[in-house]
Design a protein around this ligand. Structure first.
Ligand SMILES: Cc1cc2nc3c(=O)[nH]c(=O)nc-3n(C[C@H](O)[C@H](O)[C@H](O)COP(=O)(O)O)c2cc1C
Length: 331
């Protein structure tokens, strides 16, 4: 009997396959469909810090504004859309919790440790099982040092952990100058999980129109390599759970990340590209592989190919192509 049950952020998941935050996790009917196809958990589409801050500002403005007193001076910025998105988001959490039996993880996209962190409590009160913080500070502000940028991560975690009792995870990029140490330090903050890694909207050029256009929105299977390497290097060296994200497009990718040491694996692009049937297909590949290898549970093989467990740890740190490969025309 194959058992795919997994623990992540202290939550019981029926399997380690999580639907990553994206447009697909923004509406109840899609969430229900994803659950029906066998997803272990869902991460809701992120609400943005700017939306939360705008709602807070509008409450302050309303409280301070005499109602019949030159309302036009407050028209410079219309907060109503932003307010709407906050209440819609809280409603989505409540609705998802009412109609799904798998864990529902809310998500906030943030770049500062400002007052938006108070909002985490409302996410908890709406019933979310956990909160994933999606953070990335593009290091393009030349007045800020790397320490300035890195400190924000620690401040956000501290403030959010003070607000809520539900588990909190942090989804990061690999753009840190000392990535291994940073991941380890973040894991020691009391955070419950780290998601390695987010994949960003990036610009491309249209050379005919001379315009900036979006580069490919969806990942490809060969993009698994960066998160696979870092899950394998960090597994057993962190003080929290690890969830793998980016480039997992099939059952083999799912198995690789579990062998590397991930507690769970998140997917988005492959669902956009190939539809929701990918979920049962991936889970079947995992079950059959476990059966073939005589593994009864995920814990029987999770982390077997982490760097710590490897007889050849140097293989995980090779970054240059060897001369003789190039000489033979392989690369
Ligand atoms: C259309 C789209 C929207 C996304 N929106 C979010 C988001 O709101 N918050 C977030 O944390 N990640 C978001 N992501 C990133 C995914 O959650 C995921 O981390 C990334 O796509 C890499 O996984 P993949 O290779 O399986 O697509 C989005 C991805 C896509 C393709």
């Amino acid at each position: 009997m194959i058992d795919l049950k997994t623990k992540y952020l202290g939550l019981e998941l029926k399997n380690p396959l999580i639907i990553a935050s994206s447009g697909m996790t923004r509406s109840l009917h899609l969430l229900q469909e994803l659950e029906k196809k066998g997803a272990g958990a869902v991460v809701l589409k992120s609400i943005f810090e700017e939306e939360i801050t705008a709602e807070l500002n509008s409450q302050i403005t309303k409280a301070q504004t005499p109602t019949s007193f030159y309302p036009e001076i407050f028209d410079a910025f219309d907060y109503s859309d932003m307010e709407d998105s906050v209440s819609k988001y809280l409603f989505l959490i409540e609705d998802a919790k009412k109609h799904l039996s798998i864990p529902v993880i809310a998500s906030v996209n943030c770049v500062t440790s400002n007052e938006w962190t108070l909002f985490a409590k409302r996410i908890e009160n709406a019933g979310a099982d956990a909160l994933e913080l999606n953070m990335f500070i593009l290091p393009s502000d030349f007045t800020r040092s790397s320490n300035d940028n890195e400190n924000i991560y620690f401040e956000v975690i501290e403030k959010v952990k003070k607000e809520v009792n539900i588990p909190v995870s942090l989804k990061i990029s690999y753009y840190f100058s000392n990535l291994g140490t940073m991941i380890q330090k973040l894991s020691q903050t009391g955070i419950d999980g780290l998601v390695l890694f987010n994949r960003f909207f990036s610009p491309d050029f249209d050379i005919n129109e001379k315009k900036v256009i979006p580069s490919s929105i969806f990942s490809t299977p060969n993009e698994i390599s960066i998160s696979l390497r870092w899950i394998a290097i960090m597994a057993k060296r962190v003080s929290c759970d690890l969830s793998a994200s980016t480039g997992v497009h099939d059952g083999e990718g799912l198995i690789k990340q579990l062998l590397a040491g991930a507690n769970t694996v998140q997917i988005a692009s492959v669902l956009f590209k190939n539809g929701f049937d990918v979920i049962p297909q991936m889970l079947e590949v995992l079950s059959k592989w476990m059966e073939k290898n005589k593994y009864k549970s995920i814990e029987d093989f999770r982390g077997l190919m982490s760097q710590q467990a490897s007889k050849n740890p140097a293989a995980y740190e090779r970054v240059q192509f060897m001369q003789h490969f190039a000489g033979k025309g392989v690369v």
